[in-house]
Write a protein that binds this ligand. Structure first.
Ligand SMILES: [Zn+2]
Length: 105
């Protein structure tokens, strides 16, 4: 493979990554500030009471912050947040990747 081809491939990969990141940003159901508050609130409740395999703390936070419930729950479904502890383990990470990725684009 010639050098220009390799450069084109690398540029194409970079472009794909940017598109994926942009799609992930666009899918976020709330602002970074709101999501920070959401995840911190869920974490605090988990530390106090533990996970009962539902999203009760997430739903409390959604109402407390005034988020769009169906949008947030749909996004949690897409990011493996099916109970409060999975929300901390999986969905929080998905949001953090987006948040941190924004600064390197
Ligand atoms: Zn759980």
């Amino acid at each position: 493979m010639s050098r220009p081809d390799r450069q084109q491939r690398r540029e194409r990969l970079r472009q794909l990554k940017r598109e994926q990141m942009n799609a992930a940003f666009a899918a976020l159901p709330a602002t970074d500030e709101q999501l920070q508050q959401f995840f911190d609130g869920v974490l605090l409740s988990l530390q106090q009471s533990g996970c009962d395999h539902t999203r009760r703390f997430a739903i409390e936070q959604i109402h407390h912050i005034g988020l769009n419930e169906s949008r947030v729950l749909g996004w949690l479904d897409d990011n493996s947040g099916f109970c409060d502890c999975e929300i901390q383990a999986n969905a929080r990470q998905a949001w953090e990747v987006c948040r941190d990725g924004r600064s390197v684009l």
